[in-house]
Design a protein around this ligand. Structure first.
Ligand code: MUC
Ligand code: MG
Length: 373
């Protein structure tokens, strides 16, 4: 077989409405912005990927606009003319001259995997060594900002058998207000659901010590990123003292971060996110560090659309154990699709396709309608 070359890489910013405002401590989402990456190859195969963050620069170091600029100006010239089938070589070439930018790298790695899967007739999960399950349980985030509305939303999700794990976004309000909100929701749902919280770094250690105690005593199963990612010593102390397990999210901005958190004993659960490691292959390196260190795993999201969600899912279904399940519900938060066949959610789980590549095709008409010009 003669060598297949990368002919072009393009990035399109797409703005899609959300079903309701999604309130996080640092940002209220009224819409979600995706960066859709297309890699065209000399054999006529096109790979698609997604690089998506939350709230412009509110969550991380890359924004949709910076991702597109950097893909156009720095990534594309390095990739055009390279072997499309050698993903190791392509990603090493990028890593050699591009620091950070893991969101953009994740989208590119996803697109290369999608193309190679389509070329070989294999799902991305099989390129990653093979799936050990076909579906992943998916949590839902209650983030309307209103306790009664959140309880009604959770009841509806339980009724339709879509979710029985709920993550509450807290941290923006005074601590006691947030604790009341969380305890009221846990009381209403009881043993029918697992209730967890994500503080998005909004507490300091003194607040977190007390709040984690109260949350643990009230049946909350997990506390995600309670304090600043920078306060490593505080995270180690909290991890030792909190009755509810502590999960690292923002603390992990790279595979190397995952290693140093594990070495320091700063969390007992890792949120795996392809965007923060540099792709579906990169996130598996973080998973392997966690497994070796006895740290439990959770399949995280940056609230990607269908493409980023399935790129994550193909990686996560290759893992031995995801003790804390996943939160791959991004497409369900959006009112619109830009793919022809939306991901399948049934019986509390996302079902991962066995068709080649990621198992998705772009709906060109809808993509054009929502693309930013
Ligand atoms: C985060 O911080 O975990 C994931 C789910 C959700 O609702 O927000 C995100 C980001
Ligand atoms: Mg989080």
């Amino acid at each position: 077989m003669s060598q297949v070359l990368i002919e072009s890489l393009s990035a399109t910013i797409v703005d899609l409405p959300t079903i309701r405002p999604h309130k996080l401590a640092m940002h209220t989402m009224q819409q979600q912005t995706l960066v859709i990456i297309r890699v065209r190859c000399s054999d006529g195969v096109e790979g698609i990927g997604e690089a998506t963050t939350i709230g412009g620069l509110a969550y991380g170091n890359e924004s949709p606009e910076s991702i597109k600029t950097n893909l156009d100006a720095h990534f594309a010239p390095l990739l055009v003319g390279q072997d499309a089938a050698n993903i190791n070589a392509a990603m090493l070439r990028l890593d050699k001259v591009i620091k950070g930018n893991t969101f953009a790298k994740s989208g590119v790695e996803s697109a290369l995997l999608d193309a190679q899967g389509k070329r070989l007739g294999l799902p991305v999960s099989e390129l990653l060594g093979g799936r050990v399950r076909d579906s992943l349980e998916v949590a839902w985030t209650l983030a309307s900002g209103d306790t009664a509305r959140d309880i009604a939303e959770a009841e509806q999700m339980l009724d339709i058998r879509r979710h029985r794990i709920f993550k509450l976004k807290i941290g923006a309000n005074p601590v006691d207000h947030d604790l009341k909100h969380v305890i009221a929701i846990k009381k209403a749902l009881g043993e029918r659901a697992s209730v967890r919280v994500d503080v998005n770094q909004y507490w300091d250690e003194s607040q977190a010590l007390r709040a984690c105690q109260v949350l643990g005593e009230n049946g909350i199963d997990l506390v995600e990123q309670p304090i600043s990612r920078i306060n490593r010593a505080g995270q180690v102390r909290l991890n030792q003292r909190s009755p509810a397990p502590i999960m690292a999210d923002e603390s992990i901005e790279s595979v190397e971060d995952a290693f140093s958190l594990a070495a320091d004993g700063a969390a007992s659960i890792f949120a795996l996110k392809i965007a923060k490691n540099g792709g579906p292959r990169a996130v598996l390196r973080t998973a392997q560090i966690a497994e070796a260190a006895g740290i439990a795993l959770y399949g995280g999201t940056m609230l990607e659309g269908a493409i980023g969600t399935l790129a994550s899912a193909h990686a996560f279904i290759t893992l031995k154990q995801l003790t804390w399940a996943t939160e791959l519900f991004g497409p369900l938060l959006l009112t619109e699709e830009i793919v022809t066949e939306p991901p399948v959610y049934r019986d509390f789980a996302l079902h991962v396709p066995r068709t080649p590549g990621l198992g998705l095709s772009l709906d060109e008409e809808r993509l054009a309608r929502f693309a930013r010009h």
